[in-house]
Write a protein that binds this ligand. Structure first.
Ligand SMILES: [Zn+2]
Length: 238
């Protein structure tokens, strides 16, 4: 089971039916009747996941055509919850170097997005493997494998056979958030759904998971190479 799609806004009114809206900014809004529970809303969103993903992708492509930023010197790049200005060196191999900041040789700038993605993927594999092994040991859980994906809207997933997937975009997030996703997916080894029992399990493993989850809902969309943002735009954890 995967982490639910991120709902950016729920608008409640006297309407009787639910409407899902993907905004031009790539946000998912749910317009819902007053008394529909959050679980019911999540269930509807899960049912319509294919439609939502298709429309998010469409909106992403449309906005990419106009507003994708140039990854030039000084562009802010997230890594583990901090944003670093991209540094440009005059020479060097066509790959990302990290020490007190990220840098690329000038000749590699046209391929910056691909090179950064490759670098994040590598970092994500190291970090997520380490964190997953740590928590699996702590909670006595056995997973089958770890795969790093390029998913945009799905932070992680756990298959029926307990194969875990995580998107490399998590390497942009603070460690507290990475740990929340790791624990969330590990909890799916015990509960293959988002039932009350599942969330109770997550809470036993990570008592303050709610604030981390809320952080991800509020800030997750900023963790994207195509968006220029820095710490001042983040809402704090908790
Ligand atoms: Zn989940």
């Amino acid at each position: 089971m995967s982490e639910a799609l991120v709902i950016n806004r729920i608008v409640r009114s006297r309407r009787k039916t639910v409407a899902l809206v993907v905004t031009p900014e790539g946000h998912l809004e749910v317009r819902a009747p007053q008394r529909l529970s959050r679980d019911q809303i999540d269930a509807i969103v899960a049912q319509k996941a294919n439609w939502i993903l298709k429309n998010l992708e469409r909106s992403r492509k449309a906005s990419a055509a106009g507003t994708t930023r140039e990854l030039a010197e000084g562009a802010r790049i997230w890594y583990l919850g901090s944003s670093y200005p991209l540094q440009v060196s005059e020479r060097g191999a066509a790959r990302v170097q990290f020490s007190k900041g990220l840098s690329l040789p000038r000749s590699a700038l046209p391929k910056a997005a691909d090179l950064l993605a490759a670098w994040y993927k590598n970092q994500a594999r190291l970090i997520l493997t380490e964190r997953t092994e740590f928590y699996a040991l702590q909670f006595g859980l056995k997973y089958r494998s770890i795969r790093i994906t390029s998913a945009r809207t799905r932070w992680g997933s756990c298959s029926r056979l307990n194969a875990l997937s995580f998107t490399w975009r998590l390497a942009m997030a603070p460690m507290e958030i990475i740990d929340y996703i790791v624990i969330h997916e590990l909890a799916h080894i015990l509960q293959k759904n988002h039932s009350r029992a599942f969330w109770a399990q997550v809470e036993r493993m990570l008592p303050d998971y709610r604030s981390r989850r809320a952080w991800l809902k509020a800030n997750g969309r900023l963790l994207d190479l195509s968006i220029d943002a820095d710490e001042s735009q983040l809402k704090p954890i908790g």
